[in-house]
Structure formats: C-alpha cells, structure tokens
Design a protein around this ligand. Structure first.
Ligand SMILES: [Fe+2]
Length: 368
C-alpha cells in the first residue's frame, strides 16, 4: 500500500448523536438544554442567508434574547480570512463565551459553524489548523441541521476553507470537527431550488462511487457507499425527486456518504472539481457535475448515469466554461488539481503524475 494513504479503519469518530425524521427540528430546544453540558452561556446560530428572506425557518429556531444569529452568505465558499473575521466579531459582541453553536444550512453554513467552533476552542487563526489533526482541544458544543442534502458536511471530520494566500482548499481535519449532535429533518429541504437539490445531491453519489472505485477500501466504507448510491439512484430515477420520501432518502444518502468518506478517499472527480472552485469560483456541487461530464474515460458508467439523471430531471449541467481561458488559467487549474495527491493516488496509483500530465489535465479541462 502506498504510504500517502492510511490503511485500515483508523478509530473513526462519528457524530455523537443524531435524530432523523420529519419535524425533528422541534427537538432543538430540548437538546440544547439536555445534552449541551458546557458552562451556561448563549448560543450562536449560523443560518444560511437564504432563510433571512425565505420561509419561516428562522421563527422555528428557539432563539433567545442573549443568543447571536449570523447569516452565512453562500455566494462564495468560506476563506480562512472570513472565518477569522467572523470569529473575532462573534467574540467581540459578547462578554461571555458561547455555550453552543448551531449550524442551519448547506455545506458552507455547516462548515462555517464547525470552523468557528474549533477556532473559539483553540485560538489562533483558521489557517493554523488547515491540515490533519492540528487541533489540540474540542471546540464549542455544536449542532448541525442540514437544509440541503449531498455534501456530507453534517457527518465529516473536516470543514472546507480556501486560503487566499496559498490557494489551498483544505479543511481542519480533526475528530474535534465532528458535530456533537445532528438534526436530520427532511422537511427542511422542501424549499431547495430543483437544480441546487440535484447538483448538491450528486455530491453524495460522486463521493460514494469514487470511494468504491478506489484502491483504498474497507468493508464498512463500502457498505455505507453502496447503500448511499442505491438511495441516490432511487431519488434521481424518480418522477418526483423531491417528494417527502425522496428528500428523506437523499438526506440519509448524504449522511452515509459523509460517513463513508471518513474511512476512505474520493477519486479523480473531486480534485478536478476543486480546481474549478479555486480558479473559477464554482460551487462544489455544480463543479462536481461539470467535472464528471469530462471524465468519462475514468468513470464511464457513472458519467453516463449522470447524463441520464440530468436528462430525466431536466437539469442543465453547464458546458463550455473553460472555452476561452488563458494559458495562465489552465496552469492554475492544473496546479489546483494535481495538488490533491491522496484522492489521485487512491484512484490512479502512486504514479498518477504519469497519467495526469500537464497536457492531459489541460485537455480534460478544455472539454468542460
Ligand atoms: Fe464532495
């Protein structure tokens, strides 16, 4: 086995507790009073900015007068600088430390909540903890409440951030990043726009087939990936992909996909997708779909399946996004892709550089 990759299932930390079911959001107040064992203090809510204007979700949260509510913009994925700024602002607004942090939203919002919890608990700057196992203490007790399914952010031990100085899209990979509590309430994804539901849901599908097609596998990860893929297929082959049953199925697929990836690695799609995010600012879900459309030589069956799902659901996967890029942009795309040596080793072996040459990577991006 190549030394770049860990072997075996290495004492995995999963989410401590979760509730799954329609309207389980109503249990939040009870959970905060029962299971949050920290010192008395307030709660900080990180809420996807979509809910500032839309729907009644904000009124259903048990927000008390002393609590803080931060609306998280999902226009761009978080930078380390943004996490630093938000953390400083939260701490400056109160004389006491928060007792709990609650993230309500998609991957960006959940990752922001996890990162801020870690940073409050450990001090310093967000970039100090980009990497593996660099946190020394648990953060603030944190609850994750996903409102869109697919990223697996609710289950993982990382929180993805981009460092504007190094260009690294890298999270705080740590057991301390894992949520203490999840509320998996499928009612909350009912208002997601159809295309976002599709792109983000496909993230779970892509995590799982990349794990299953890699060289670093184990029976636990495989079992979760296989089940999550089956749920994704049921959802995206359905005439009503956003029915109550399918929203519940996709929420479980997302969770299982996140757990599966904790014991395995992704493959070729995610590094190319990361290139699109870092260089062109595309969001993770849509970037994954664009990348997979150009990677049929590595994942023929799954590429064809994405086509079929998108056709059936009448979802448009953008094309020609790299049509008029400069040589510099292609070079940056190459660098931002090839840096992901773990997933690329998992998918292609230790000599992946010989397969994904500079010219080859450019050729693949040119097809997007
Ligand atoms: Fe992903």
């Amino acid at each position: 086995m190549n030394k770049v990759l860990d072997t075996g299932v290495n004492n995995v930390r999963n989410v401590s507790r979760y509730i799954f079911g329609q309207n389980c959001l109503a249990k939040l107040a009870e959970i905060l009073s029962t299971h949050c064992t920290g010192p008395t203090g307030h709660t900080v809510y990180f809420v996807d900015s979509y809910f500032r204007e839309n729907g009644s979700l904000i009124d259903r949260l048990p927000i008390e007068e002393s609590d803080q509510v931060v609306f998280v913009s999902t226009v761009d994925e978080p930078t380390t600088d943004l996490i630093d700024t938000m953390c400083a602002q939260i701490l400056s607004e109160r004389s006491t430390m928060p007792r709990a942090i609650v993230g309500v939203g998609g991957g960006i919002t959940l990752d922001t909540a996890k990162a801020i919890s870690n940073l409050i608990g450990n001090g310093g700057r967000a970039e100090d903890y980009q990497g593996w196992d660099l946190l020394s203490k648990p953060g603030v007790y944190k609850v994750g409440i996903p409102t869109i399914s697919g990223t697996g952010a609710e289950a993982t031990r990382t929180c993805v951030m981009t460092n504007p100085r190094t260009g690294a899209k890298l999270g705080m990979n740590s057991d301390f990043t894992v949520f203490d509590q999840l509320l998996l309430d499928p009612d909350l994804s009912a208002t997601v726009p159809r295309d976002q539901y599709f792109y983000t849901g496909m993230d779970a599908y892509i995590h799982c087939f990349e794990a299953l097609r890699g060289s670093h596998r184990n029976v636990i990860g495989d079992a979760m990936s296989i089940q999550a893929l089956d749920l994704c297929r049921q959802v995206f082959k359905s005439d009503q992909m956003m029915s109550d049953v399918n929203r519940a199925n996709l929420m479980v697929a997302s969770y299982l996909g996140g757990c599966a990836i904790a014991t395995s690695y992704v493959g070729v799609v995610h590094p190319f997708s990361a290139g699109l995010s870092v260089v062109l600012g595309l969001h993770h879900g849509i970037a994954n779909c664009i990348a997979l459309m150009a990677l049929s030589e590595f994942y023929k069956e799954e590429h064809d399946q994405l086509h079929a799902f998108a056709d059936q659901q009448e979802i448009d996967v953008p094309k020609d996004i790299c049509a008029n890029l400069s040589e510099d942009a292609f070079e940056n795309l190459y660098k931002a892709t090839i840096v992901h040596e773990k997933p690329l080793t998992n998918a292609l072996g230790a000599d992946f550089h010989n397969i994904l040459t500079r010219e080859k990577v450019k050729q693949i991006f040119s097809r997007m």
